[in-house]
Design a protein around this ligand. Structure first.
Ligand code: GLN
Length: 241
């Protein structure tokens, strides 16, 4: 079995080292004997979505998002078809905002990809915090760090999780991220996947099942260290405050 990961515009959308998330996906495949390759696309490259199994859209500053949004118009139709065909996507922070129809900032309007029915508007003050979520998709809590000026409204879509600690999509609803088909969008940036191996495996499994059939399963890996760290963070932020 083989998976191809598409890393979109890493020179611009790589605010918190999203390459680490790619490394994590690659390693977890390779440890299981699944071949994995990553193709990094720069602005202007032609993207053949039919060759991709997982797409990563990373974080970026407002300025970088503004530059990228011009290019997104060119790939919108193909990207949308990929998503509707159950293509797997992980979109982080600035990339998460770009999944929606728009991101309104003080400097102007950034048009999004309109892949998911959602939108983002900037408000005064940034939402900066450690964050812990409880998600239906995983047994372990999802842990991370958030830092965003935008507030995201996901309309009737399913959130990634309920906020146990931190701010989430807008600091009001108590929910964080979005799940639409095989797309996950989240504000948890930096080492999202190394910290949350269950999320990495969800992406890998969905991609394998789409390519090789529903019966495909993943062999277990030893995640005892990650579980121990996750458990510590969960208790530190939700129990012993
Ligand atoms: N520029 C966006 C914001 O501030 C996203 C930042 C990020 O990727 N952390 O809301």
């Amino acid at each position: 079995m083989k998976l191809t990961i598409g890393h979109l515009y890493p020179e611009l959308l790589n605010l918190y080292g999203d390459r680490g998330n790619i490394q994590c996906l690659m390693k977890r495949c390779q440890w299981r004997g699944i071949e994995a390759e990553t193709i990094a696309f720069e602005m202007g490259d032609i993207i053949d979505f039919s060759k991709l199994d997982i797409v990563l859209l990373g974080g970026g500053s407002d300025r970088e998002q503004m530059i990228v949004c011009e290019k997104l118009k060119e790939i919108q139709k193909d990207f949308k078809a990929y998503v509707e065909d159950n293509g797997v996507v992980i979109a982080i922070c600035g990339g998460y905002q770009l999944l929606g129809s728009y991101y309104k900032t003080e400097q102007g309007m950034i048009e999004g990809l309109s892949l998911v029915d959602m939108y983002t508007e900037q408000e005064e003050g940034r939402l900066i915090s450690n964050i812990v979520l409880q998600s239906d998709l995983f047994e372990m809590p999802v842990v991370g760090f958030e830092n965003h000026g935008g507030r995201t409204c996901i309309n009737d879509n399913k959130p990634l999780g309920k906020v146990l600690y931190g701010k989430g999509n807008d600091g009001r609803t108590g929910y964080e991220g979005v799940v639409y088909k095989n797309v996950i969008g989240t504000y948890l940036h930096g080492p999202l996947l190394p910290k949350n191996p269950q999320l990495a495996d969800w992406l890998i499994l969905k991609a394998l099942q789409r390519k090789y059939g529903e019966q495909t399963a993943l062999t277990e890996l030893d995640d005892s260290q990650e579980k121990e760290a996750n458990d510590y963070i969960f208790h530190r932020f939700t129990q012993n405050r």
